[in-house]
Ligand binder design. Sequence first.
Ligand SMILES: N[C@@H](CCC(=O)N[C@@H](CS)C(=O)NCC(=O)O)C(=O)O
Length: 219
Amino acid sequence: MSSFVVHNIPGSPFGRAVLATLEEKGASYRVARVAPGALKSETHLALHPFGRVPVLEHDGFRLYETQAILRYLDRILPAPALTPTDPRAAARMDQAMGVSDWYLFQGAGHVIGFQRVVGPKLLGLPTDEAAIAEAMPRAKTVFDELARLLGAQSYFAGEAPSLADLTLAPQIDFFVGLPEWEPLMGPHRNLQEWHERMLARPSLQATTWEKVSARTQAA
Ligand SMILES: N[C@@H](CCC(=O)N[C@@H](CS)C(=O)NCC(=O)O)C(=O)O
């Protein structure tokens, strides 16, 4: 039996970052499906008092907050290392993870992803186009800044993938196929190439919404 259990909703970009990190490390794990309607249930609040996913359980140790989970995994499963040793490269990794949480998710993904995908697909809600239009200028600032931070590097912290790439790729991938993809990603060839590079990784291929869903149902 796997010693890693990830409580997750298939499709969650935060959950995918955790699963992709476990995949990168070659660790075996089990996904415990959380129904979207159960996030605020007493059972789930006992695991995550803020009623969100993911939650990691590892040999009696329980942890929520994706950045904390990723760093924990990188410390206890050291190979391959997903944090650069160079302090400035590590600082860029931390910065990109902060941008992902605070500006990409909060300012853009949370609104656009919810209005275009989560609301209609999971909750049967109509899309609020005005909310999307209001979020677009913030989203554009985020994508422009991510492209600037990436620059000519292959990955956000240099020439090897790091926790920053595993954090950002699931969030960016959520925009694929949406009408907002072209206006946000179109001007940034470097970001498009990085996204393709990340999606080609077995860790991202193994953790698509469909694959996690199928795997979770089978568990
Ligand atoms: N800060 C949290 C954010 C996690 C998060 O927002 N997860 C979303 C799913 S992608 C969620 O559980 N949303 C439920 C809600 O907002 O009620 C983390 O880093 O893990």
